[in-house]
Design a protein around this ligand. Structure first.
Ligand code: AMP
Ligand code: GLY
Length: 423
């Protein structure tokens, strides 16, 4: 099979690693890819939103199977475009990717189908939002409806903050058109867990659990980022939680989408909050998490192509997922200043240390090659993952490996997986 992966971050590097291992695959391309992906795939200099060019490339290069890793092209309808050109594609169509693309849609869906989530109201009128906020209990959560690079969520402790936030989202359009609508949501407390799943539109298969660290600084301080590190499995994802989610959340979501005439094929990412009243959905994503993929995929035993083909073909009921009985931790190495302002183009040294090191992975997130050198090319630069028999062992190994590589402005959190100690 000839495969094209669309995207160029750490998640796509982890996906490409699995695809490259599949005996079914003869040729692997990635658009646009990055310097790490270039070692296992042929990178193509086409952006993930350049649909015409991507479709032309796929046709000209006899691509049999396309995997869309990122949210923007999914929400924009790249799967539909590829399918129209006769190319089998993994990832939801536009009418299903709305599960991530519109928070107002996903909240309404959960309400209609009794899927547990925080109580909320949707607003497209600023004055009405203000009126509602004035009568609300604080803290409260404001969410821009559309995609905003994971930054469109504001947790407001006071009415002043909430009014300022509503203005930023709806009037100042800080997140662009994503803020034309806004969700105002009850603030929940509890442990957060990320659960990824494969679905073919009817059957859903759950992957091993993970936990992300979204804030930039140690002890969950600083701004929200795309994710500064992850561990898998989450010790807080107990059998009881799993049972509850299987009864009330996972299949219910797949069935709800099918009932709405929006069958979802691909990865559903359930962002869950385990509250004292039980697990509730914080958000859905229509793709693998990044950096959740960097701890979940290295532990998956299945041939990823078997699973992805089953999702596209509607035969997932005949496939069981298998994960190694171990643990993994990923520590993101970012550029100083991320997520606000940071420099690019710094040389990265020490990458060879990962060659042939069993159980250690260096996933490239924002890198590019220039001659013989590998340079930083983004806020999140590398995802250093290590496996271990236990979470503690995996964490110690991942931190050990963060010292093998260096670049000017290298920044990381020092407390990824600290929560493990409280389990
Ligand atoms: P989201 O992009 O919806 O996952 O939101 C980003 C982060 O904001 C989540 O990972 C949570 O930490 C936090 N968050 C979102 N919604 C809520 C809520 N209703 N209550 C408390 N925290 C929330
Ligand atoms: N790590 C969270 C996300 O991918 O949205």
């Amino acid at each position: 099979m000839r495969v094209l992966v669309v995207g160029g971050g750490g998640r796509e590097h982890a996906i490409c690693m699995c695809v490259a291992k599949s005996p079914k695959v003869d040729a692997l391309y990635c658009a646009p890819g990055n310097a790490g992906i270039a070692r296992i795939a042929t990178c193509v200099n086409i952006g993930a939103m350049e649909f015409d060019k991507l479709v032309d490339f796929a046709k000209e290069n006899a691509i049999d199977f396309c995997i869309v890793g990122m949210d923007d092209p999914l929400v924009g309808g790249l799967t539909d475009r590829m399918e129209e050109a006769g190319i089998r594609t993994f990832g939801p169509r536009k009418n299903a990717a709305i599960l991530e693309g519109s928070k107002a849609f996903s909240k309404d869906l959960m309400k209609r189908y009794n899927i547990p989530t925080a109580s909320y109201e949707n607003f497209d009128d600023y004055d009405k939002a203000v009126e509602y906020l004035k009568g609300s209990k604080m803290p409260i959560v404001l969410k821009a409806d559309g995609l905003a690079l994971g930054k469109g969520v504001l947790i407001c402790n006071t009415l002043e903050e909430a009014l300022e936030g509503a203005k930023e989202i709806m009037l100042d359009k800080k997140f662009g058109d994503a803020g034309a609508k806004m969700v105002i949501e009850e603030f929940m407390t509890g442990r957060e867990v990320s659960v990824l799943s494969f679905t073919d539109g009817k059957t859903i298969r759950i992957m091993t659990s993970a936990q992300d660290h979204k804030r930039a600084g140690d002890n969950d301080t600083g701004l929200n980022t795309g994710g500064m590190g992850t561990f898998s499995p989450s010790p807080f994802y107990t059998a009881e939680v799993d049972d509850f989610c299987k009864k009330h959340i996972y299949q219910a979501t797949v069935d709800a989408m099918a009932a709405e005439g929006r069958p979802f094929k691909g990865v559903i990412f359930f962002g869950l909050m385990i509250t004292k009243d039980g697990p509730k959905v914080l958000e859905y994503n229509a793709r693998f998490g990044d950096p959740e993929a960097q701890v979940v995929l290295p532990r998956m035993k299945n041939d990823i192509m078997d699973v992805m083909e089953a999702c596209v073909d509607g035969t997932l009921d005949k496939t069981d997922l298998e994960f190694e009985d171990n643990a993994a931790v990923c520590v993101v190495l970012a550029s100083a200043g991320y997520p606000v302002k940071y420099e690019k183009g710094k040389e990265i040294t020490g990458l060879d240390a990962f060659d042939d090191k069993e159980g250690y992975y260096c996933f490239h997130a924002g890198t590019k090659a220039e001659g013989e050198k590998i340079l930083t090319n983004g806020g999140r630069v590398l995802g250093i993952t290590a496996k271990g028999d236990t979470l503690k062992e995996a964490r110690a190994r991942a931190y050990e490996a963060t010292a093998w590589v260096d670049f000017d402005g290298k920044y990381m959190r020092n407390d990824i997986g600290k929560a493990i100690d409280e389990a």
